[in-house]
Design a protein around this ligand. Structure first.
Ligand SMILES: Cc1ncc(COP(=O)(O)O)c(C=O)c1O
Length: 416
């Protein structure tokens, strides 16, 4: 193999593709066909979503699962079930997908951004505590990339200040914190089944909880405000049809059978890669605390300290791509720097708070550093293959490191 970097015309470390996603087969086909032929395509009549809700709740050791159309609506329904009032505050991290914060706005509440920890990429409990005001009602930690946030600390803060915790577990299917599955620790947990997720039906979401009252509220809100025992044309709360469909339920039941083995593979490969990459100067995989019993590796996060590695992040990522390793620089800016927040483009929501809110003044230095300078990730499907796949990734990294001077010359020429 040529030692010359592929970006300079050398032989790439890897030419084979990694595992493609999604993975499906006969079980999904059979369930889909059975659903099709039953003619019962909606949740209120079929059996697939009901089976899935029951299995997903049982897997988390909780009493209820409410399948909904996606993992954004699930967050908003959870907020509404928790009794959020206009212009209440919800603490969220800024290093997350848009939905964590926009679900709050769509519940007519104010997202308040608390910084993340530089090493774990998860909400920093000290920043959460500092963000609490008399208007705070909910803390919404994201289990970033599939590593559960510091839930002991977050639950303790919530208890002290009488706040509700809604876990955004969109990345964390089958992740485990000590002995507790992600999503089962707060009052409610929310998951997404969108295409990229570790458990997917293309689109979809679920709320889980052991609280009967919250479950009943979620069920009502996702079903046009109907109530158990009520009439069909009897609507009690502001709501709509947010029900998960039977075809998605059919796929999810098939996918759920695969989840345990896939999660074990991802966790094993992720840990192996983290150990190999940690040996390289300036490469810092997401720090895994002792309470992380299992990481779901929806993403494999890492930081590149350019000074210690000896080459800038963008050049390293481009060089890895050329070596045949798909990689991404992660969220390019903190959520509060999106035009949506800077311009308070909230439509009819937050009419009062919008007058005074100034997201331009928000500063979360760790998130800024990760977005602007250091962050990067690999996607989950890379981790479904063999250890050889991990060795290819690590070997590509080592090659780029060894050839960093040539890479720097290439980067300089590009910018000249
Ligand atoms: C952390 C996080 N929360 C919420 C969502 C929203 O899920 P959905 O796309 O299913 O609405 C996503 C992703 O898509 C996400 O990554």
């Amino acid at each position: 193999m040529s030692q010359s970097l592929a970006i300079l015309g050398g032989q790439p470390v890897r030419t084979r593709p990694f595992t493609s996603w999604p993975i499906f087969g006969e079980p999904e086909e059979q369930r889909l066909l059975r659903t099709l032929r039953s003619g019962k395509w909606g949740k209120l009549h079929g059996l697939e979503v009901a089976e899935f809700e029951q299995r997903f709740a049982a897997m988390h050791g909780v009493k209820h699962g409410i399948g909904v159309v996606n993992g954004t609506v699930s967050l908003r329904i959870a907020l509404m079930a928790a009794g959020i009032q206009a212009e209440d505050e919800v603490i969220v991290p800024p290093y997350t997908f848009l939905a964590t914060a926009t679900a709050v706005v769509e519940a007519n509440a104010v997202p308040v951004f608390a910084d993340i920890d530089l090493e774990t990429f998860n909400l920093d409990p000290k920043a959460v505590e500092a963000a609490i005001t008399p208007r705070t009602r909910v803390i919404m930690p994201v289990h970033m990339a599939g590593q559960v946030a510091d839930m002991d600390a977050i639950m303790a803060i919530a208890k002290r200040h009488k706040l509700v915790v809604i876990e955004d577990a969109a990345h964390a299917h089958a992740a485990i914190y000590r002995k507790s599955p992600a999503g089962s620790i707060g009052q409610m947990g929310s998951f997404s089944f969108q295409s990229s997720k570790n458990l997917t039906s293309g689109e979809g979401g679920i709320i889980i909880t052991s609280d009967d009252t919250l479950a009943e509220a979620c069920r009502s809100i996702h079903n046009c405000g109907r109530i158990a025992g009520g009439l069909w044309y009897e609507h009690h709360v502001i709501s709509a049809n947010y029900r998960l469909g039977e075809f998605q339920g059919a796929i999810l039941n098939g996918q759920l059978d695969r989840l345990e083995a896939q999660t074990q593979t991802r966790d094993r490969n992720g840990q192996y890669l983290a150990a190999r990459l940690s040996r390289l100067p300036g490469i810092h995989p997401q720090k895994r605390p002792a309470d992380c019993t299992r990481h779901s590796y929806h993403l494999f996060l890492f930081r590149i300290d350019a000074a210690a590695f000896g080459a800038p992040r963008q050049a390293v990522l481009k060089a890895l791509e050329a070596e045949g390793i798909p990689v991404c620089g992660g969220y390019a800016l903190p959520l509060y720097r999106q035009p949506l927040f800077l311009n308070r483009a909230f439509g009819p929501y937050l009419p009062n708070a919008s007058q005074t809110l100034d997201y331009g003044k928000v500063s979360c230095p760790n998130c800024e550093k990760i977005c602007r300078e250091q962050g990067a990730w690999f996607e989950q499907s890379l981790f479904l293959g063999s250890q050889t796949d991990m060795d290819d990734i690590a070997n590509a990294f080592e090659k780029v490191y060894q050839q960093r001077e040539a890479l720097n010359r290439w980067a300089k020429e590009k910018t000249a």
